[in-house]
Design a protein around this ligand. Structure first.
Ligand code: AHR
Length: 495
């Protein structure tokens, strides 16, 4: 068996995790909202029409923040359509996803549901077809206590207290030619700066996210990001980045290493922000909201079907390989935890979702649910950069990469290690050295992988892929050894 070594020492600290690193995303896209989180008449639906089975899974997933309502959808959205008496809400064409939007769910319903599942709402405003006035009005509607036009409209709609939405996205992916209202970096940056100013005048305590690049492979990255920050540095708190990965050309060896590409993307974005900081003589360091990320395969060409309500779109069925990759992307995010403070797995339900549902039927956990939920549960504390010694292998896309990827967390119980074995065929014997942390005696091992890499969870077999418990091991002389199964994501808790 090949061998790898990890030396963990609290002296090599990256920073404390922000719980919002484990956020997710709900967009009016396909069946994420309708027959996803919301389905009046479903046997488990609550009095507001939200599915109880889905709410339970969302709570189990452990998502402290939820971005809403888009995504591409927000770039044509009129938020006013989604508030007030339901019978008066207009049905509209959603141009982003070529769908019919009934507006049965809007800001009030979403914010209340989000709090019920233990998550703070993170709202995006439309900077595709709209601007500062609509955005400032929405902040007034959500956050102003009362006694003004929009706050009293909220109260009249049955929401007495403010929604107290802290984090706001200034539009979505406006660097993308596919985006309704796509702009040049200068056009977007000036609009974002003016919108930020108006929103903060309504509520000075909000936090604002400017659109950075929608992918590392965008030809405008990182110039877009630099230009946006040159105009907005003092007005915003975070720069947004997005990234979706997929196995290309049946090249699984490269796909398993795509976190190395993510590391490079984050490093380049951080360097870009620090350059703008130096150039503009700014004091604060810019933080990042990695507010859309996942594995994504299906490309539904929306024009190929008619106008439908809640069409089946982007309903990817994830495998063990995808679960291992999602776990590896979380490791990359943890490595950058000092700068990436918010991240949103895109998305929550059905459309590239961690959870799948059938209308009038069950809800189940996709494979990617498991590493995400376990990382959210145990990946909280002080992130440590371990020293890694590992065999290496050659990939077509990223050159030579280590077989082992790993990060460690210091929490109040001891040390948590998240580790990937990228070897598709052989187990990897991992020795973890924890001499620098006295008093540790035992380690438990949980993993996803080690079996059929194409295995998936389905309606018929929702528990085919589950986390498995490995052997528990004694810490001996400040070290322990554990076998990581082939092609696996691993959680080792040393207490
Ligand atoms: O998450 C699906 C889509 O991906 C979002 O609407 C958009 O922002 C991104 O391109």
């Amino acid at each position: 068996m090949s061998q790898a070594r990890l030396v963990v020492d609290p002296a090599f600290a990256v920073g404390e995790t922000d719980p919002r690193l484990y956020g997710s995303f709900v967009e009016h896209l396909g069946r994420c909202v309708y027959t996803g989180i919301h389905e009046p008449g479903h046997p488990t639906a609550d009095e507001h029409g939200f599915r109880g089975d889905v709410a339970e899974l969302v709570t189990e997933l452990g998502v402290p923040i939820l971005r809403y309502p888009g995504g591409n959808f927000v770039s044509g959205y009129h938020w006013e359509d989604g508030v007030g008496p339901k019978e008066l809400r207009p049905t509209r064409l959603d141009l982003a996803w070529r769908s019919v939007e009934t507006n049965a769910v809007g800001t009030d319903e979403f914010c209340a549901w989000s709090r019920r599942v233990g998550a703070e709402p993170m709202l995006a405003v439309n900077l595709g077809t709209r601007g500062p006035e609509a955005a400032a009005n929405l902040v007034e509607y959500c956050n102003h206590p009362g006694g003004t036009y929009w706050s009293d409209r909220r109260r009249a709609n049955g929401v007495a207290g403010p929604h107290a939405v802290k984090v706001w996205c200034l539009g979505n992916e406006l660097d993308g030619p596919w985006q309704l209202g796509h702009k040049t970096a200068e056009e977007y940056a000036r609009l974002a700066a003016r919108t930020a100013q108006a929103m903060r005048l309504v509520d000075p305590d909000i936090e604002l996210v400017a659109c950075g690049s929608s992918d590392a492979r965008m030809p405008t990255f990182p110039e877009w990001d630099a230009t946006v920050l040159e105009h907005c540095y003092e007005q915003v708190d975070y720069l947004s980045l997005h990234s979706y990965s997929q196995e290309r050309n049946a090249d699984r060896a490269s796909f398993l290493a795509c976190a190395t590409e993510l590391d490079g993307y984050l490093d380049a974005a951080i360097a870009t922000a620090d350059y703008v900081r130096a150039k503009g003589r700014h004091g604060k360091r810019m933080n990042f909201a990695f507010d859309e990320w996942n594995v994504w395969y299906t490309q539904n060409a929306p024009v190929e079907r008619g106008w439908e309500q809640a069409p089946r779109m982007l309903e990817d069925q994830y495998t063990v390989v995808d679960a291992v990759v999602v776990g590896s992307m979380l490791i990359s995010l943890l490595r950058h935890a000092d700068r990436v403070r918010i991240a949103c797995l895109a998305q929550l339900v059905n459309a590239i979702g961690a959870i799948r549902t059938e209308p009038a039927g069950p809800a189940w956990r996709q494979t990617i649910f498991h590493p995400f939920a376990l990382t959210s549960r145990y990946g909280r504390g002080l992130v440590l950069r371990p020293m890694i010694t590992s065999p290496r292998y050659e990939t077509t896309e990223f050159g030579e990469v280590p077989v082992l990827d790993a990060v460690a967390i210091r929490d109040e119980d001891g040390i948590v290690v998240f580790a990937i074995n990228r070897d598709q065929h052989a187990a990897l014997q991992l020795t973890v050295e924890v001499r620098a942390i006295p008093g540790l005696s035992r380690a438990t091992h949980t993993y996803v992988g080690g079996g059929d890499p194409r295995a998936a969870n389905t309606e018929a077999d929702p528990a085919r892929v589950l986390p498995r418990t490995g052997e528990s091991t004694a810490v001996d002389g400040g070290a322990l050894t554990i076998a990581l199964p082939p092609l696996s994501w691993n959680l080792v808790r040393i207490t």
